[in-house]
Design a protein around this ligand. Structure first.
Ligand SMILES: C[S@@+](CC[C@H](N)C(=O)[O-])C[C@H]1O[C@@H](n2cnc3c(N)ncnc32)[C@H](O)[C@@H]1O
Length: 336
């Protein structure tokens, strides 16, 4: 018999998990990290700079220190931790503050999780134009920061492996993060970005920022309805779109992409993937529920499932790049 006393710590910690997210988001919203980076180190200085109450700011700074995002010295001065210095100071290249704010927005939708589990229906449908155009123009800016290092990794991998790439289709392009990083390495390639019209405004903004506008064309509309053509592209990118499409539409998307690739062309997929028993990793398990509350049919697939669909579509060479600098792996499939 196991006499070890069972403790409720894990559950108690989960009761308060949202508080950590809220503390982080409040710190970002009030620009606490940016103020500290610019030399404001005391409660008085930061609360004044953030136009906030002294009482509230003292509690917030102490909590951020408790969470390890600030360090408080004996004299009561606050300093940034290595993570907050790198990722939470506005203007830094790795700034992730927009994602912290998005996490709070998302939490409002997650409040309806039990209801969505009961009905099997989403609370919002970001796979449809109306909700997508509300939701993604903000989110894709945060995703740019998250995905750019991994997109760069993909671009360098393709280059190192001497892939011939002259025409690229970036499906559900968002900020254009994947194709932009690839365009920087394949300097003569022509690119097409496909997304809903409101999101493409953001794509154009990023493309212009990277001085790539003369190499891009745009396809406005619903990826489920648009014909990608036949044997037109050397590379097609599906960056974090299969999960919101779900099983049936993903398999259709793979078929459409296969048809649109030239012989020797590459399909690049960035996606959360589960192990074969759906026992982990935790992030994709949680992300599957994110798809339940936010999409009609979205889901997270196992690596085995995705490979099987790719093979049955006709892709012969499928490679998983699981060392990519990201929470989700990359999948490369070649049309032989
Ligand atoms: C999670 S974001 C990914 C953006 C980008 N590929 C990235 O990896 O950062 C999903 C993108 O798919 C677009 N999208 C979703 N459903 C779509 C559809 N049916 N047709 C066209 N675009 C769609 C959204 O507007 C959004 O830009």
């Amino acid at each position: 018999m196991n006499n070890k006393k069972v403790l409720p710590e894990k559950i108690l910690d989960m009761h308060w998990a949202y508080a950590k997210t809220s503390v982080l988001a409040a710190g970002v919203e009030l620009e606490v990290f940016t103020h500290i980076a610019s030399g404001k180190k005391t409660v008085d200085q930061v609360s004044k700079a953030a136009k906030s109450s002294r009482r509230g700011m003292e509690m917030l700074l102490n909590a951020l220190a408790g969470l390890g995002l600030l360090a408080k010295d004996k004299a009561g001065f606050f300093n940034l931790s290595p993570e907050s210095s790198e990722f939470l100071v506005r203007g830094k290249p790795g700034y992730l503050g927009d994602m912290s704010l998005h996490a709070m927005e998302l939490s409002k939708i997650w409040l309806h999780l039990a209801q969505c589990v009961r009905s099997g229906k989403p609370y919002t449908a970001v796979d449809e134009k109306e909700d997508a155009e509300d939701y993604f123009p903000v989110l894709v800016r945060g995703l740019f920061q998250m995905n750019y290092p991994c997109a760069k990794y993909a671009a360098l991998y393709l280059k190192r492996n001497h892939m011939k790439i002259s025409d690229i289709l970036d499906v559900a392009a968002g900020s254009g993060v994947w194709s932009i990083a690839i365009a920087e390495e394949f300097t003569t390639a022509r690119l097409r970005a496909l997304d809903f019209p409101e999101v493409l405004k953001v794509t154009r903004e990023y493309v212009n920022r990277f001085n790539l506008s003369d190499r891009y064309n745009y396809i406005k509309g619903d990826l489920r309805r648009i014909d990608f053509g036949k044997e037109r592209y050397g590379l097609i990118i599906l960056g974090h779109i299969c999960h919101s499409e779900g099983k049936i539409y993903t398999q259709r998307l793979l078929k459409k992409s296969f048809r649109a690739l030239k012989k020797g062309g590459v399909l690049l997929i960035a996606e959360f993937l589960l192990d074969k028993d759906k026992a982990g990793p935790l992030m994709p398990l949680l992300f599957a529920l994110n798809m339940l509350v936010n999409t009609n049919q979205g889901d997270v697939f196992t690596t085995v499932e995705l490979k099987r669909w790719l093979h049955s579509t006709g892709f012969r060479q499928v490679k998983i790049l699981d060392k990519a600098p990201s929470v989700s792996p990359l999948v490369l499939a070649v049309k032989k």
